[in-house]
Design a protein. Structure first.
Length: 435
């Protein structure tokens, strides 16, 4: 995934190919060759190696141009007579990348999706390439993010270094710079990348600041975070690589690469506008604080924990300043218990899958488990429990290969209690709420 090298976000084709280098007058024909051409006079193996080197060199050069803020260098490969609309789109992408300070672009791999065969000299041949690149948002990303691009190149096989990019689009998931109308707001604690009215952008900025103070009050610090607020739920789903069904009822989600044994360093919080805007102001603060808790915890621990602990802790932090009766906060969970009975164990990971239709119940039960611990041992003891279970202490538990066992060890080492004791206390809390 590399440095900024392709045309991200725009796609254009050409009906009139550019004049080949050294030619004055009529343009050479363009062909998309996918089977041997009887009139080809270029050695296939030589052409394959030459075009691969040329594409790689072009993308690396273009990435370097983006890193140094050289728009002319960035646009040079899309400057052919037939790529005007692509040039316009890529100019906009460049400006958005520069505004959000995307840099450290590196090309990782290049692979041909359709491999052309040689054509007669003077013929412009097109072929498709997928490029994988990495980048960082300066001041926010401690580790790289990966993205893929689908590109179409055009060249005369006899002039393999004279390349033109005729089409470019995200391969799969888009990046924030692909969002038309993007507004960038940067501060020491947040990078807000939003599409919409100025009032909405400023609201996200203000609530990101509130979330940062609330997370820091519990965890001890708050990770500077990247917030993305797209224009539609469909855009949110594409940014997250999910389906619209996966996000039904979800107001925000945290996304980023996470390697076991390492801190997360390039997370994104994506707001899902349909659900997010339907919330009351305090609900929006809860959602944003919840997600920022995940980002902050992931940036300072080295292993995953059971979902009941991660989601319950994020809910604990998010609802701490909110003055609402507990029975109101966890009402969906209490309704489910009235119909199905008291749970005998803490929620399993599977209960948090959107398809189960048990999300609200699982979140509520997890919050009650964490509040049970916080009321008995103190909120900071809960923080220590999480750090121990997630490898965030200098001396992590001995059984980090088993997430549930790590929690059991952490309960004993930080609170002197057991899971069975927690479950009994948690069930008693639920009974009290049911009456």
């Amino acid at each position: 995934m590399t440095t900024m090298t392709l045309a991200l976000g725009g796609c254009a084709g050409s009906s009139a190919p550019p004049v080949p280098p050294g030619t004055a007058g009529a343009a050479a024909p363009t062909v998309r060759v996918t089977s041997p051409a009887a009139t080809a006079d270029i050695d296939p193996s030589a052409w394959a190696g030459a075009r691969t080197r040329a594409v790689t060199d072009l993308l690396r050069t273009r990435a370097a141009a983006a890193d140094r803020g050289d728009e002319a260098g960035w646009l040079a490969p899309v400057s052919g007579a037939s790529t005007g609309s692509l040039r316009t789109a890529q100019s906009a992408v460049f400006e958005r990348m520069r505004a959000m300070e995307a840099g450290n672009l590196h090309l990782v791999t290049v692979s041909e999706v359709t491999a052309p065969v040689p054509a007669p000299r003077g013929t412009q041949v097109e072929w498709d390439v997928r490029a994988s690149l990495t980048y960082r948002l300066r001041g926010f990303d401690a580790t790289p993010r990966t993205f893929d691009l689908d590109l179409t190149f055009k060249a005369d096989p006899s002039r393999p270094t004279d390349l033109v990019i005729t089409a470019s689009a995200p391969s799969g998931r888009p990046q924030p710079w692909d969002l038309a109308g993007l507004v960038v707001r940067r501060s020491a604690t947040s990078l807000v990348l939003a599409v919409g009215a100025e009032s909405r952008v400023e609201e996200v900025v203000a609530r990101a600041r509130t979330a940062a103070s609330r997370v820091a009050a519990v965890w001890g610090n708050s990770r500077p975070a990247v917030w993305i607020s797209p224009a539609s739920d469909a855009d949110a789903a594409r940014l997250l690589g999910r389906s619209a069904d996966d996000l039904r009822g979800v107001a925000a989600a945290t996304d980023g690469p996470l390697t076991p044994g390492e801190h997360a360093g390039a997370d994104r919080i994506v707001l899902v506008p349909g659900a997010w805007t339907s919330l009351r102001p305090e609900g929006r603060d809860v959602v944003m604080t919840h997600e920022l808790t995940h980002v902050t915890v992931r940036a300072s621990t080295t292993r995953s924990v059971p979902v009941w602990l991660s989601e319950g802790f994020a809910e604990l932090v998010a609802y701490q300043p909110i003055d609402l009766p507990e029975a109101t906060v966890v009402a969906p969970a209490l309704d489910r218990i009235r119909s199905s009975g008291l749970p005998g164990a803490l929620p399993a990971d599977a209960a948090f899958e959107p398809a189960t239709q048990t999300l609200a119940t699982a979140y509520g039960l997890s919050l009650l488990a964490l509040r049970t611990l916080a009321d008995r041992y103190g909120t900071q003891a809960v923080v220590q429990l999480y750090r121990a279970a997630a490898g965030g202490l200098d001396e992590p538990t001995d059984r980090l290969d088993d997430r549930e066992a790590a929690v059991d060890d952490a309960l004993r080492s930080t609170m002197g209690t057991t899971r069975s004791a927690l479950v009994l206390q948690w069930q008693a809390r639920i009974r009290d709420l049911l009456h």
